[in-house]
Ligand binder design. Structure first.
Ligand code: NAP
Ligand code: GCO
Length: 267
């Protein structure tokens, strides 16, 4: 019987967190590094990668960083080839990079819709498709796709994002159908509302959306990037070797909650 430490030990495993220079991706990179993984982070911005290296350094960790655009197939091939040459084949892939545009459908340019789909849905397809052959050859691998509450809910103004994240949940299941037989575990994480730069515009300065999140979240708080990272550690570790095609929601109970009447049943 393996010890708990052995189950969660990622020593020497090469992990790539896309778009991992801050927010949820940075928290995931740090916890995977603390578990012993050799963490690689990509981003569009060299400056943000510099800050990422500083954040890892503050934790006594090193990180391999590389600029490449996850939506560009040739750039992804170049980036993954560089990682394979410098670090070794990617054994843990976290498709974290993402964008959101909050625009009503009738006002949203088609180009904007397509850009969100490209980053949030097509890019995980491109990066996973590039990384999977080495996982198949090794008969081992972990792929974690960053889904969302919008993988199951819609809400006004986020049609592109919900379309992408809904598709990503089903892409996760289709990857499972095709690759689980090679001992690759492909799962999603569905964060609730997390305090990051991405939610800053709907969380800060008394934004009314904050009230909605606080009443729709039974836990009564916004999530922290570390809440999501803890789930990522589980899905990256041996402890999840028989978990596949699953979307693990880390949402403080939002999905369990139809609604809340102020004052009712309050202790
Ligand atoms: P974030 O702060 O916006 O970070 C997203 C990261 O993706 C950024 O580092 C960004 O780099 C990178 N990125 C965007 N386009 C890219 C591209 N083409 N190539 C490479 N990197 C790219 O987001 P977050 O809140 O930490 O969220 C991380 C993931 O969790 C996203 O997929 C998001 O949809 C998802 N999520 C977030 C929440 C939440 O409440 N925050 C909830 C559910 C799901 P730049 O900054 O350089 O553009
Ligand atoms: C929004 C938010 C959400 C969160 C997250 C919830 O505008 O509704 O940005 O989309 O980012 O995806 O799970």
């Amino acid at each position: 019987m393996e010890t708990i430490k052995e189950l969660f030990d990622l020593t020497g495993k090469v992990a790539l967190v896309t778009g991992g220079t801050h927010g949820i991706g940075l928290a995931i990179g740090l916890i995977l590094g603390k578990a012993g993984a050799r963490v690689c982070v990509n981003d569009l911005s060299a400056e943000k990668l510099d800050l990422c290296r500083e954040a890892f350094g503050k934790e006594g960790l090193s990180v391999y960083t590389l600029v490449f655009d996850v939506t560009d197939e040739k750039d992804v091939d170049r980036g993954i080839s560089q990682i394979e040459a410098d670090q070794g084949p990617v054994e843990i892939l976290v498709n974290n990079a993402g964008i959101i545009k909050r625009i009503p459908i009738l006002n949203m340019p088609v180009a904007d819709y397509k850009q969100v789909i490209d980053v949030d849905l097509v890019a995980p397809f491109i990066v996973s498709r590039r990384v999977a052959p080495a996982m198949i050859a090794r008969r081992s691998g972990k792929i974690i796709n960053m889904c969302s509450m919008m993988s199951v809910y819609g809400r006004n103004t986020v049609s592109a994002y919900a379309s992408a994240k809904g598709g990503l949940a089903l892409l996760t299941r289709n990857m499972t159908c095709e690759w689980a037989k090679y001992n690759i575990q492909i799962n999603g994480i569905g964060p609730g509302y997390i305090e990051t730069a991405q939610t800053g515009p709907i969380r800060e300065n008394g934004h009314p959306f904050n009230d909605l999140v606080m009443t729709r979240t039974p836990a009564g708080r916004w999530g922290q990037p570390e809440d999501v990272a803890n789930a990522a550690l589980f899905l990256a570790s041996r402890a999840s070797d028989f978990v596949n095609g699953h979307i693990l929601f880390v949402d403080g109970g939002i999905l369990a909650n139809f609604g809340y009447v102020k004052g009712e049943n309050d202790l």
